[in-house]
Write a protein that binds this ligand. Structure first.
Ligand SMILES: Cc1cc2nc3c(=O)[nH]c(=O)nc-3n(C[C@H](O)[C@H](O)[C@H](O)COP(=O)(O)OP(=O)(O)OC[C@H]3O[C@@H](n4cnc5c(N)ncnc54)[C@H](O)[C@@H]3O)c2cc1C
Length: 306
């Protein structure tokens, strides 16, 4: 119930204005978001690399409704990738893009073209791109766009969400050689017809999908903060005789940072998903929706004058 309210608030312009105008403490946003500028993102990449942590950067923004905004998003990714290359950090950092932020909602072809340009700059920098997955109405189109991008950039990655009933089949179909698949539980409010509603069913689906991806020839990216699922993934990697560099773990910036370092120190590839940019509101509300106990942290920050 609380989760639905928070996810609804994530889409509310009025709530956004209210929260944006509140004396929200910098520490709240700073906990989950790297900063607003390219330079701040690069600084975070450097800090993570010093701890042997990989990064993937998400320039915040979604549901782009015009070509100008979509071009500006593409340009920012290009700027960031060039800056990471210039700083010698591109072997440790890639980017995550939302196709909706590149124009998927109004012109799939131009979203494809913008993603292609980003992928080409990433390839030149020696790194990769992963397409985030949004609500279930975009799943087919996102997978189709990624499959086309892979014709030129085989390492272009995408995301599968285990709350969707279809995802076990998608995991099997997409577990081919070099296929980079980020597996997550899913963050949107989805109907019963397409998505499991009980947490246990989502978790069980996650385990079946780990099995499918680890058994295949692709590169699984296990994106979860769930300690049981991390242990199961480690167990399955052993079972399928996988090298530690043939898969990776991923977690969100600011969430379980001690665990990021523990896994990296144990020799696993660990990538931190780092959002940056000034459109932090929708992202932050989704993080709160996932874990309503973060609400107290948020409420304290709103009340704070500092
Ligand atoms: C790298 C990455 C990329 C993602 N990309 C997408 C995407 O493209 N599309 C999409 O729909 N979703 C995406 N997500 C979000 C994902 O779908 C989940 O909503 C989110 O990761 C929470 O699920 P969980 O697996 O961590 O497990 P949960 O069941 O939410 O949590 C399991 C445990 O993790 C810890 N934990 C989880 N969240 C928090 C928190 N906020 N604060 C403190 N502790 C916490 C707690 O110990 C909790 O018991 C992504 C997540 C990650 C990590």
């Amino acid at each position: 119930m609380l989760r639905s309210v928070i996810l609804a608030a994530a889409r509310s312009k009025k709530m956004e204005q209210f929260v944006g105008a509140a004396p929200i403490s910098r520490s709240l946003v700073k906990r989950f978001v790297a900063g607003k500028t390219t330079a701040e993102a690069v600084a975070v990449a450097r800090e993570l690399a010093s701890k042997n942590l990989l990064a993937t950067f998400d320039y915040l923004g979604e549901d782009t409704l015009d070509a100008e905004q979509a071009d500006a998003t593409r340009d920012e990714y290009v700027r960031l990738l060039k800056a990471l290359k210039a700083e010698g950090l591109s072997h440790m950092a890639e980017v995550s893009v939302k196709l909706s932020a590149l124009g998927q909602m109004f012109d799939e072809e131009s979203a494809f073209a913008r993603a292609h340009e980003i992928a080409s700059v990433a390839a030149d920098a020696g790194t990769t791109v992963t397409a985030d997955m949004e609500d279930h109405t975009t799943t087919d189109s996102t997978i189709a766009t990624v499959e086309r991008l892979r014709e030129d950039f085989p390492s272009f990655g995408t995301v599968l969400q285990t709350y969707l009933r279809r995802t076990e089949d998608d995991s099997k179909a997409l577990a081919y050689k070099d296929s980079r698949i980020r597996l997550c539980k899913g963050a949107y409010n989805e109907p019963e017809t397409v998505a499991y509603q009980r947490k246990l069913d989502v978790d069980l689906s996650y385990v079946r999908c780990i099995n499918a991806l680890m058994a295949g020839e692709g590169y699984p990216m296990l994106a979860t903060h769930d300690p049981r699922l991390v242990e199961i993934a480690i167990d399955r990697a052993r079972w399928y005789d996988r090298d530690p560099d043939s898969f990776e773990f991923q977690m969100l910036y600011g969430i379980r940072p001690t665990e990021h370092e523990r896994l990296a120190n144990e020799g696993y590839r660990m990538r931190v998903y780092v959002p940056y940019g000034d459109q932090w509101y929708g992202y932050l509300m989704r993080r709160l929706g996932e874990r309503p106990s973060n609400m107290m942290f948020f409420a304290r920050s709103l009340a704070s004058k500092s």
